[in-house]
Design a protein around this ligand. Structure first.
Ligand code: ADP
Length: 379
């Protein structure tokens, strides 16, 4: 049965139902109800549209006219006169046309919504594709720029080392500047490549033990720690997170490197690496008592090429924290900072706790507490 015939069949059935109930009412209470037929017309319109609604009204009028002289089988046209059927017809036509309009508006709204969703899906796909192309372009560009840059750096080095005696002071200084600028640009390109690489990389989500990662990082930075005379303490009561092992190491590495770099000349550097449970996550913080950050720059600091104190950090490129943010977000976490200018900073990131290691973590923190689980590395 086609859907159109089905809609008209609904009109016939609802009128038949209304008629049946009307006869029962008449039998039991000697009362006929026009509301039943009105409901039948309304239901038919809502399900099938104006056509089935009009059919329901037509059938109701037909039935009542055919049984006009049998008040027990009709709207009692015979008993009450034609006014009752005329009133019903007027009200039913108004109600049906209103219901049909509402129904069509709703249909239009649903169609518009579907079109809009389709458009958003298409635009998102196009945007993703253009982002992907842009990143691929950036990557190729940065890659290709490195070769001529290396040549500039190499020739500048050659001039400084082999031909310095033949050049006057100004020329040597200019060549040194060229070399330094080429070096800086090389660093920028390398960091930019590392940043764009992140979007191509697939980040794993496996259980990672932060104790192992932290130990490795402290080994890597042992010279810097000694040079800075820093005191480093590690407290990791919640040490297991779901993360990409290389990703989480890169994040902690950048944060610890910054804590060592931006120390205050007025006091001994103190860096704390700690974690706390924030179910279902673990929040890991790197806290220092360094130069701190002006609150005005707190939102900008995780952007690419953002450097607040280039004089303290001539080799910085301003990409480290952008890498931190993107890496953490790719692992499904969040990053943040709390800092007071001149007093120090707390950089934190949160990642999902590793569920299968929850028991192991509780065990190790209990052991840790028993052994006074606090590792302090002094320079
Ligand atoms: P880079 O260290 O290469 O400049 P980052 O993105 O790692 O780039 O850092 C951006 C800027 O944020 C730094 O130039 C510095 O001004 C500020 N910064 C980062 N970490 C700290 C910190 N622990 N204390 C004070 N300032 C910081």
């Amino acid at each position: 049965m086609s859907s159109q015939i089905r809609k008209y069949a609904v009109a016939v059935l609802t009128v038949a139902l209304a008629w049946g109930v009307d006869i029962l009412l008449e039998e039991k209470f000697s009362e006929s109800s026009a509301g039943l037929y009105l409901a039948a017309a309304l239901v038919s319109t809502w399900i099938g549209g104006l056509g089935p609604g009009l059919l329901a009204i037509g059938l109701t009028i037909g039935l009542n006219l055919v049984f006009a002289h049998h008040p027990d089988l009709s709207l009692a046209v015979g008993a009450y006169g034609y006014e009752r059927i005329m009133l019903f017809t007027g009200i039913a036509l108004v109600v049906t046309s209103l219901a049909d309009r509402i129904r069509r508006n709703q249909q239009q709204l649903a169609d518009l919504n579907a079109q809009l969703e389709d458009k958003v899906r298409q635009r998102t796909a196009a945007l993703n594709e253009s982002n992907r192309q842009l990143e691929a372009f950036c990557y190729t560009l940065a890659h290709d720029l490195r070769a001529p840059l290396r040549a500039i750096e190499g020739f500048a080095n050659l001039l400084v080392s082999d031909h310095a005696p033949k050049m006057d002071g100004d020329t040597t200084a200019a060549v040194r500047r060229i070399r330094n600028s080429a070096e800086r640009m090389g660093r920028l390109i390398l960091d930019l490549l590392a940043y764009t690489d992140l979007s191509r990389e697939d980040f794993q989500r496996t259980p990672v033990d932060l104790n192992v990662v932290t130990r490795r990082i402290l080994r890597v930075f042992s010279d810097e720690i000694e040079r800075a005379g820093a005191e480093i303490s590690v407290e990791l009561p919640a040490a297991h997170v779901m993360a990409d092992p290389a990703g989480v190491e890169r994040v902690l590495m950048n944060l610890v490197a910054n804590a060592l770099k931006f120390s205050s000349p007025d006091r001994r550097l103190n860096v704390r690496i700690c974690s706390e449970k924030e179910p279902p996550n673990v929040r890991i913080s790197v806290i220092d008592n360094g130069i701190g950050i002006d609150p005005r720059y707190r939102d900008r600091i995780f952007g690419v090429f953002e450097r607040l104190s280039p004089q303290d950090n001539p080799t910085g490129t301003g990409i480290g924290l952008a890498i931190v943010k993107r890496s953490v977000e790719k692992m499904g976490g969040a990053v943040g900072i709390e800092s007071t200018l001149g007093k120090g900073s707390r950089f934190w990131f949160s990642l999902a706790a590793a569920p299968q290691l929850a028991r192991a973590s509780a065990q190790s923190s209990a052991n840790g507490a028993a052994e006074g689980h606090r590792e302090v590395v002094k320079a």
